[in-house]
Ligand binder design. Structure first.
Ligand SMILES: [Zn+2]
Length: 148
């Protein structure tokens, strides 16, 4: 593999920039439609005539779920706006660890990924090792304690 280092500043190529921008904007539009659709649904539910006790509490639960979903999607929307802002700055889509570009396919699957696949895998391996070490330390401490 070539090891030519790209300059770290404004390293997002125009085509990649456009692709990522479209991807994020599509997602934003989708989410906005969903959020608006759900808000309309909840309002429509509220306009229905008064139901008996059993039914209305079911509607309440349903509404709670709807609101939770709306809230979740709104948070995702904020993240997308944040990502678009970072894209403008040229800091979106680059690995937090090694600074290399995160593959577009990965960003499509995980738009808020901050590490490239390699760094993510390395981190997971390191975490697994860390846990294993902690376990070993734990058991050797226990052994030590028992023998003393
Ligand atoms: Zn990386």
């Amino acid at each position: 593999m070539a090891t030519t280092r790209k300059s770290t500043k404004a390293s997002v190529k125009p085509s990649r920039y456009d692709e990522l921008r479209h991807m994020l904007e599509d997602r934003r539009r989708e989410l906005m439609n969903e959020v608006q659709g759900r808000i309309r649904d909840v309002r429509a539910e509220g306009d229905r005539e008064v139901l008996d006790q059993g039914e209305s509490s079911e509607v309440d639960i349903q509404e709670d779920i709807e609101f939770a979903l709306i809230q979740m999607k709104s948070e995702t929307l904020n993240k997308i706006n944040e990502a678009l802002r970072r894209l403008e700055e040229g800091t979106y889509g680059n690995c937090f660890e090694c600074g290399e570009e995160i593959a577009e396919a990965r960003l499509r699957a995980l738009p808020f990924a901050v590490r490239c696949k390699d760094c993510e895998a390395a981190r997971e391996t390191a975490e697994r090792r860390e846990r294993l070490m902690a376990q070993k330390r734990g058991s050797s401490t226990l052994f030590f304690d028992m023998s003393s």
